[in-house]
Design a protein around this ligand. Structure first.
Ligand code: DAH
Length: 432
């Protein structure tokens, strides 16, 4: 703490009067206003206020003959301590009020209002600090000063309130102005995706067969030679394997060439129970030269029904029902004898051309019929290998190409559209 005495300061104190102190040098102004003080040793001797427009200097050392320099930070506190003793509590209260109202006048943000509330009225604020000095007052003075203190507090409080409301209003208005919406601007397009045509057709096929009591099963796309060929009565070196050349991963593992292996996998899971009624949609692969009607990857739906007394007429009935739901009420089907190693007898199934109603057109190559699937009665060897007694149970199976059905249904002329994923192609199916 500084050691200078009041006698040093009082030499220059002759200009001090209560009224001037209130307006020219309120205590808090000293905090923000640049002052020049003359410093001797470590104590303040005089203040000369060259920068103060009023020209008054309470601590002037006789007409400003003193040399001066800016108040150093370290002496600031000391200076204020001195002031406390120079001014009366009343003077300081009045000065505080004037200072607070002036400072509040200049601000415009709610955060600043809060800051000033703390500064002036807070527990450690300036008003509390002044009122702490009341202890030294006489018994008559105390209630008078107390009342003044309350007046100052409520004056500052109502100004704070007024400023807070104004600031809040201004902030809301600024926010509204910056967030205004131009309702005349065109809206932003929301792009809604749609299902792939193959998905649409697969779901439709599933719905039709679910309606006939079938369930949906799936199997792996990476398949073993055993399930893809062996269990389907296509032993190694069987010539029919040539029709389904595949992508081999090892000697024994390949990309499945058809969905038929799911027939066997399903029967194994059913462990001899009947009836078996499943359809198995999925992707299949074949080594092929891609063109408008051939693809190395395409989709099939396998169908299988096993039970007692399942007959060829059941196959025909199920497929006719399917064809009519899929292609229209008047659709007819025909079965042509064929060969598959896993069925006996086997048949290829055609549906009457939905484009020309059977009269003959470009799509059906003027035959009136469209070939859509292969089918037959499950070969006894296949039933046996899958754990079903062929003496007791019979079954039918079929396999159809989903891509071909989708092409017929939507008039798509190139199978490659399904996987090249041109959005202009895919977007056309958003309403089907
Ligand atoms: N898996 C045969 C193929 O991809 C299609 C097929 C024919 C499936 C007859 C069958 C069937 O289930 O019974 O060429």
């Amino acid at each position: 703490m500084e050691t200078s005495t009041w006698s040093e300061r009082s030499q220059g104190e002759n200009a001090v009067t209560g009224s001037i102190l209130e307006t020219v040098f309120p205590p808090n102004s000293l905090l923000s206003r640049p002052l020049n003080v003359k410093v001797r040793g470590s104590g303040i001797i005089s203040v000369i206020n060259e920068q103060d427009e009023s020209g008054f200097c309470p601590f002037s050392n006789k007409g400003g003959t003193a040399t001066s320099r800016p108040l150093p930070g370290g002496r600031f506190f000391y200076f204020l301590m001195r002031l406390k003793e120079v001014y009366t509590v009343r003077e300081r209260l009045e000065a505080l009020k004037a200072e607070a109202l002036e400072e509040l006048e200049q601000i415009g943000q709610t955060a600043q209002v809060q800051e000033l509330r703390v500064k002036y009225l807070g527990k450690k604020g300036l008003l509390t600090e002044i009122l702490r000095g009341m202890g030294k007052l006489s018994a008559e003075e105390r209630p008078v000063i107390g009342q003044l203190g309350n007046e100052v507090r409520s004056a500052i409080e109502s100004k704070l309130e007024e400023k807070k409301e104004a600031a809040e209003r201004a902030e809301i208005e600024a926010k509204l102005a910056s967030e205004s919406i131009d309702v005349t601007l065109p809206g932003r397009m929301v792009h809604v995706g749609n299902r792939h045509p193959l998905t649409l057709v697969t779901e439709q096929i599933e719905d039709i067969f679910l309606g006939m009591g079938f369930t949906v099963a799936e199997g792996p796309e990476i398949e073993t030679d055993y399930y893809n060929f062996e269990t389907l009565n296509l032993p190694k070196n069987h010539p029919a394997r040539d029709m389904q050349d595949s992508f081999y991963i090892t000697e024994e593992i390949l990309l499945r060439t058809h969905t038929s292996p799911v027939q066997v996998r399903t029967m194994e899971k059913m462990k001899g129970k009947v009836p078996v009624k499943v359809i198995c949609p999925g992707r299949v692969y074949r080594r092929d030269n891609d063109d408008a009607t051939h693809s190395h990857v395409f989709n099939q739906v396998e169908g299988l029904m096993v039970g007692e007394n399942v007959r060829m007429s059941d196959l025909k009935g199920v497929l006719l029902n399917f064809a009519r739901q899929m292609f229209g009420e008047g659709t007819e089907i025909r079965l042509r004898p064929s060969f598959f190693p896993f069925t006996e007898p086997s048949a290829e199934v055609d549906v009457s051309c939905s484009m020309c109603g059977g009269k003959g057109c470009r799509v059906c190559k003027h035959t009136g019929w469209l070939e859509i699937l292969g089918s037959g009665m499950v070969h006894p060897r296949v039933l046996e290998m899958a754990g079903y007694d062929p003496e007791k149970y019979t079954g039918f199976a079929f396999g159809m190409g989903i891509d071909r059905i989708a092409m017929l249904k939507y008039g798509i002329d190139d199978i490659r559209h399904f996987y090249t994923n041109d959005v202009r192609f895919l977007k056309q199916f958003n309403r089907v």
